[in-house]
Design a protein around this ligand. Sequence first.
Ligand code: ADP
Ligand code: MG
Length: 376
Amino acid sequence: MKKVRHTGSHNVFDNIMKKERIFKNREALSPTFIPSFFPHRDNEINGFANILKPALYGARPSNILIYGQTGTGKTAIAKFICDQILEKAEKENKQIHTAYINCKQTNTPYGVLTNIGKSYSNEWETIVPNAGWRIDKVYAALKQKADDNGGIAIVILDEIDALVNKKGDDILYHLTGLNSDLSNSKISLIGISNDSKFTTWLDPRVKSRLGEESLTFAPYNALQIEEILSQRAQIAFHDNVVDPLVLTYCASKAAQQHGDARKALDLLRISAELAERDDSELVTIKYVNKAQNIMEIDQVRSIVSTLPIQYKATLAGVVLNQGKRKDGHQTTGEVYSTYMQICKHFSLDHLSQRRVGHIISELDMQGMINAKIVSL
Ligand code: ADP
Ligand code: MG
């Protein structure tokens, strides 16, 4: 076949790729973007930096536990501080290493040790394979590597509760004990958690070692979120493409949900993308409402898809019964009989009406349905 070149002729992307009217820097609204300035977090950042400061003088900083609900800036600020201390260390010619580990993604002792090892050296993988060694051998290799390198390692264990729930207490025990095994280097651990109660499950020794210092990130209020949004909007958008009310509106929606800045930023990003797709010149409240709907549907979808099969069948029973009665109500008996038909249809083992009643109240607690107990 002959290749034909359409020089100067129409390209399929011509129509859909217009000049970007809304976004100036899309990246600024992505979840991985780390801003260089964090409104309303001066105290937290100063406190954090002060705890880590000894590293720049060659001493081991205390271990820190950081608490706060989702979207309060814990991850972004921890990464920001690491970048800052590395920058300073380079200027001052100090040996500091940092490792960032998301424990939800890396939740095995092997994975955690490997990640720390990699922060010391790019050649870690040529020394220690990514799997297969006994864990004490990996631990010994890490110790060796740390002492060969000297210096101070700052290790961030984000979503650290994932290690505890997975019975990974062990790894925390070893990590917090690592310092006493090191002769020529030091390690500081920074644990981050959404759940302030997670330490109740920890071995008391691990708990006291990890929590040498602690910081709490409070939820933002609506005004604070609005400022965060407006700072980000200046980077992300061209001038005058966002109705100023939009920022207020996104902020108030997110403040209703425990002051979550991530939720606000997502809402703003999706609203702008919807406006863009519509070829609109202005991001308006209309798009925020649409974005809100999309986010809610996504959330419900992800909850439903992870429900156990019997819960799905029960929920399906409720949904199929909807609208059968004028008052919109349905009884457990009615749900149960639809549930039985569903089980039959899909050759599913069925539970007793009592059990299904329990499932109904659990679905109610998860906010999937509204249930009321009425005694007849
Ligand atoms: P957490 O780890 O506490 O759940 P994140 O650090 O992921 O929260 O923050 C969620 C989003 O909000 C990120 O995009 C982050 O950059 C942003 N953010 C949070 N607090 C601030 C702030 N004070 N200033 C600017 N952006 C912020
Ligand atoms: Mg986080």
